[in-house]
Design a protein around this ligand. Structure first.
Ligand SMILES: O=C(O)CCC(=O)C(=O)O
Length: 272
């Protein structure tokens, strides 16, 4: 089954800044990935989850296969062109009734990636229905400026800086993007988005893949990425190889280095 976007869907993405929903995995496949994630949660504890799981593709072969899955990557190439890098793999997990949320923000404010040919693929590994706190998008906001943000560092905010856009956003101007397990949404790096708490008794798990065109540059430092489609004629990033041994020493070291660079980029105060 092809997941390529048709012409009308590509045009709609460029007009609205998002495309949703798109089925990319069967429910069974999504649950199998969830089980791998939860096995790592069990091994390392949920509090430490950021380290083994962020950029898990650098240490686990199954995650390497996920970031290359044509059902996920093909629609991204429809939006970014054939030469595509994966910049990062992350997880947005809301535990049942834990009150965590995401303030309205634009990813472009703090990542340092330019130009903004950057798309997030958000894959639901659990049901992300209306009461689970699915993402809310502000249509067409990617066509406006990058607004100032305040770093709140709130405890229950899932964003690394708790950044919140300094703009009044009315829920009337947003579109809710609920997803069924195995479905995916795509959003532009400048699109304003956020999400409310999970009011259900299951975890709400988003597997979040950040893709960019190879012409994109990290403006803050020399960063890492993985070439997932086409060719890299730019050499803007250090391209990392597939893991050979799951969670092997070399693999862990490469992941650690990649995460350190990303943390330096995200927390550099001169972001624009
Ligand atoms: O999962 C969420 O609620 C927010 C995710 C998000 O902000 C993002 O993927 O950029």
């Amino acid at each position: 089954m092809s997941t390529h976007l048709n012409k009308a869907e590509i045009e709609a993405f460029h007009r609205r800044g998002y495309h949703t929903p798109l089925r990319v995995l069967s429910a069974k496949e999504a649950v199998a990935i969830r089980q791998k994630l939860e096995a790592i949660n069990t091994q390392f504890g949920r509090a430490d989850v950021a380290s083994p799981l962020t950029d898990a593709h650098l240490i686990y072969r199954w995650a390497w296969d996920v970031i290359h899955d044509p059902r996920i990557v093909d629609p991204v190439t429809d939006l970014l062109g054939p030469d595509v890098l994966l910049w990062s793999l992350n997880w947005f997990i809301k535990e049942p009734l834990d009150g965590t949320f995401v303030t309205y923000h634009q990813d472009a404010t703090y990542w340092g990636l330019e130009p903004h040919d950057v798309v997030t693929a958000w894959v639901a590994l659990s049901d992300a229905g209306r009461t689970t706190g699915p993402m809310k998008f502000v249509p067409k906001s990617h066509r406006g400026p990058v607004w100032d943000h305040t770093d709140t560092f709130e405890d229950q905010n899932l964003l690394s800086r708790g950044q919140a856009i300094e703009q009044d956003i009315s829920d009337d101007d947003t579109v809710l993007a609920p997803l069924k397990v195995g479905e995916m949404s795509l959003h532009h790096v400048r699109l304003i988005h956020g999400s409310e708490p999970n009011l259900t008794h299951d975890r709400r798990i988003g597997m979040v893949l950040r893709y960019c065109a190879t012409r994109v540059k990290q403006t803050k430092l020399r960063d890492t990425a993985v070439l997932v489609h086409g060719l890299d004629a730019y050499d803007h990033f250090d391209l990392l190889p597939a893991p050979e041994i799951d969670a092997g020493d070399e693999e862990r070291q490469r992941q650690k280095d990649a995460l350190q660079r990303m943390q330096r980029a995200l927390h550099s105060k001169d972001y624009k």
